[in-house]
Design a protein around this ligand. Sequence first.
Ligand code: HEM
Length: 590
Amino acid sequence: MLASLRSLVPKDWDTEYEVSWNWFWENVERMLKTLLSKPKGQVKALSTFLSNLSEDQTNFLRRDVFRRFFLTAPAGQDYFKQSTTRLFFIADKVFAMTVDMFNSPRSMVEDISALGLRHVGYAIPTELFPPFVSSAVDVVRSITTNDMAESAFRWSLTLVSKILVRTILEGSTIVMKAVNTNSEKALRRAISVAPRGRRAQELLEISVGTQSISPLYWSIESGSHNCAKAMVEDLLTIRADRDNYYYGCDALFTRHPEVIHKLCVDARQLIWPLLDGLIWRSRISVQGQRRVNYYIKHLVQDGEGNFAQALEWLAASKDPRVAVHPVVVLFSDLMWTRVVMYHFLAERLYFAFTLAVFIISQSVFTRTANSQMGETENLVVFICRCFIYLGSMCFLLIRQVRLVIADFRAGDVMRFHGIPVPKCVLSAQDVGYIGLLTTLIIMCTQEPIFWCMGNMDGDFAGSGLFTSTCPEAVSHLEVYSITAGVSMFLYWLLIMNLSIFSMQISAFVLVCGQVLGELLLFLTSLAFLILAFATSVSAISHQLPDFAGKGWLGEVPSNMAGVTVVAVVLPLRGYFCHDDGGDSYDQDKP
Ligand code: HEM
């Protein structure tokens, strides 16, 4: 070191410099040597002190830190307005930090910088830190006689406090101060002094060391929505100087790619200003029309060029006002017509084709009571069914497995009584697909043609190539036919989303969906009333043969049947017989 210094200032260097530098570094060395051995003992003493505290002592520590602090600095009360539990939590954290500072100083400096930036958001004046530290040290001193533990605590907390103060001083920009007042005017005034090229950064990032905080996100999280709105508007205003245009759209979506999601969840009223900011309208009109630019790149693509999730988030917010914003309309239409429609159409057409094949195999070529199917028909049915099992069942299986794996990988899992359930199985459509897959698998296991494979030319009616009437298949026919019926119904149900190609049909389907819910409610209440009347009639002593019943439930089932006839069948019969005087049902016995 001395040699380097000498070479830096060769002309001025002399023995006096040499002596003084030697003296200085020897002193530093001596001080360091005496201090170097200390932290080991200090951290041990401090950890032992804190871990040996009884519950009463811990509570006393937690409580007294704030009591003493409020006595020495009454202004501190204005900031600590949280519940006692929260204050105790903070006190615990403060004590834990003093030990961690010894054990992992590097990571602690980063954590404290982040904490300091949060304190910037809480708008804590730096002059309150010394009284807080001295109050905490006083409390520790009052319950321990161990000097080593006390000095360790003092040294560590003072260091933490100094880092916090430094972070607060560096992080307290005028923008953050304006955010703390939640005044739109104050924010506009604060940002107006920033040069055009730096405005976006001032609003989006405050860095201290390796840590950073976003004033925009902070204002959203702390409920300063007036400021957040002003920030969004400022960011999405196009400015210019002689050489450049300045528009904060790229900066906003680069710093916060998930900003749409954040707004949908935490500040829905800001989505509209944000979307408005993505439109530029020319002042000049030509032939009654003016040019309009839509800046939708970040809504379509994320930073890595993948499909952005903006549309998904906007759809999940279920806000019709947002859905009709011109930006959303434009970019969703673009996505639909240029990308999604062809995939969707191809998938749906394939599904419609499988349905047609299924109908051919189950409903067109069927044997009746009087006639058996010929070999050609059997062959057609066999081919169709093989296609269904390979082309539809396997396709659905692969699709569903892929979705489940993707959900587990992305962590999109919900827990029901501790059992992880991927979110993809929770949508109505996917429940339908899973139902169809299940019924097709059951059909495949019960397929009569497969059961007859070993006995196609036996001695029974309808024998021949790919027959399904052999004795081996008889026991499987019932389950097979029921699942085939359910599958057919599910196929038709699932093809209904082709209705989106017509707005009118979609609206009708939507209304039907709503009405179905109401119908279900009505039927439930009807069932409740029937049960109520049936049990009430059973309680009455009567001689009505129609309402007499036996069995372990007594008269209740027959009463329920009777009440159902009175409540449902008679009114319907009355409705249909209205033309012939309306009294025909009076004579009829139900
Ligand atoms: C060495 C000094 C200090 C340390 C180590 C410290 C540490 C902490 C910690 C760990 C939290 C919890 C943060 C979180 O998990 O979100 C916190 C929160 C907080 N601190 Fe400090 N703090 C110090 C000084 C102060 C002072 C002097 C004040 C004000 C008078 C203050 C006011 C607050 C407030 C208002 C909160 C937010 C509580 C809430 O609502 O969650 N802190 N502090």
